[in-house]
Design a protein around this ligand. Sequence first.
Ligand SMILES: Cc1cc2nc3c(=O)[nH]c(=O)nc-3n(C[C@H](O)[C@H](O)[C@H](O)COP(=O)(O)O)c2cc1C
Length: 199
Amino acid sequence: MKIIGISASPRKNQSTCCMLEQCLDEVKLAADASGKSIDVETIDLVDLKIHGCISCDACKKGLICSQDDDFRQLIPKLADPEVLGIIVASPVYMGCMSSQAKAFIDRSVLFRRNGFMFRNKLGGAIAVGGSRNGGQELTIQAIHAGMMIHDMIIVGDGDHFGGAAWGKHPDGYKADSTGITTARNLGKRMVEIAKMMQL
Ligand SMILES: Cc1cc2nc3c(=O)[nH]c(=O)nc-3n(C[C@H](O)[C@H](O)[C@H](O)COP(=O)(O)O)c2cc1C
């Protein structure tokens, strides 16, 4: 089984990517500790060109997208029945998710239109803002909304909404222990719920 992390920052190896790594690291630790075999994989959208959905409706005729961009290579990866959960990590842009995250979520509609392929998969979200309270919770909820449209099972961090981190912490984002804890706890909860549901 596998949990896929989507890093939706346009900057490589920065705060969003770091928080996602923390979360996936905890997935591995928690899975190993509970004797559950879960692989993790990161898809970094910074490496891919993914346009917004153009509403051509090609995906109503099958698991296909008319747009010839890098989303196509993600289709078999995300359609793999071994995927038990997806975690989307986004920077907070103007109080909500990045355009990279939104394009990814909009384009994922093809999985919904072809038999609700994400139904009952676990979904979690991480948001990293430049301010401590710059819209992380709204961003997480917006990502959750997309996941609910897929009829996924939303997982929080066991306390609040998910991973909520401060990218411009005065000592650097790696010093944001509060944010890192929420990201790691999200990973832990994903494994707990997977185990409980025998996924
Ligand atoms: C266009 C733009 C809009 C932003 N809007 C917000 C915002 O509304 N709230 C906030 O807390 N930070 C905002 N930020 C700051 C980023 O969320 C923050 O720097 C984040 O850590 C960037 O993630 P990264 O390090 O992965 O690139 C914005 C940054 C940019 C470039």
